[in-house]
Design a protein around this ligand. Structure first.
Ligand code: DQA
Length: 144
C-alpha cells in the first residue's frame, strides 16, 4: 500500500522557514522519518507544491488510485474552497484523508483558526511538529 503525503505552499522551505514555529528539519528529513515508521509493507509518496492546481490534481489521482492521503494544506487550509472540494472527493469516495499541521494553528493568528478542509477531513492532527505526520500515519490504522 502507498500513502500519499501532500504538502502545500511554502513547506518546501522547511528547515529555514520560521524554525521557531516549524523546526529546523526539512522535507527530506520528514520523508526519512515517515519511511522508517512505515516499514516494508507501506510506501511513502511525499510531495510538495506551491501550486493549488497541482495539489488538486494529486487529490484527483488519490481518488482514482484509492490511495489514503495525509495532507498539510499549509495556507490553503484557510481559504481554498477548490482544495476543500478536491479533498471532499477523496473522503466521499471512502478514502481516508487526514489533515495535519506542524504548528497548532488555533494558538496562532486569528486567520489561521479557520480551516475550510477540516469539515470534510477524516480527522485532524496539529501541533506536534513532524510528530503530527507520524501520528497521522498511525491513525490510518483506525480508519476503515
Ligand atoms: C501550517 C499552518 C498554516 O497556517 C501555515 O499557513 C502553514 C503551515 C502548519 O503546518 O503548521 O504554511 O499548515
Amino acid at each position: 500500500t502507498t500513502v500519499l503525503v501532500l504538502n502545500g505552499p511554502n513547506l518546501g522551505r522547511l528547515g529555514s522557514r520560521e524554525p521557531d514555529v516549524y523546526g529546523a528539519q526539512d522535507l527530506d528529513a520528514l520523508r526519512a522519518v515517515l519511511e522508517a515508521d512505515a516499514g516494508d509493507d507501506l510506501r511513502i509518496d511525499l510531495r510538495q507544491t506551491d501550486d493549488e492546481s497541482e495539489l488538486v490534481s494529486w487529490l484527483h489521482g488519490a481518488v482514482d488510485s484509492r490511495t489514503p492521503v495525509i495532507l498539510n494544506p499549509a495556507a490553503f487550509t484557510h481559504y481554498s474552497y477548490a482544495l476543500r472540494d478536491a479533498a471532499a472527493l477523496v473522503t466521499k469516495a471512502g478514502i481516508p484523508l487526514i489533515e495535519v499541521h506542524i504548528s497548532n494553528p488555533h494558538a496562532r493568528e486569528t486567520f489561521r483558526h479557520t480551516s475550510v478542509i477540516s469539515g470534510i477531513a477524516t480527522g485532524v492532527i496539529a501541533g506536534f511538529g513532524f510528530g503530527s505526520y507520524r501520528l497521522a500515519l498511525q491513525s490510518l490504522r483506525y480508519t476503515s
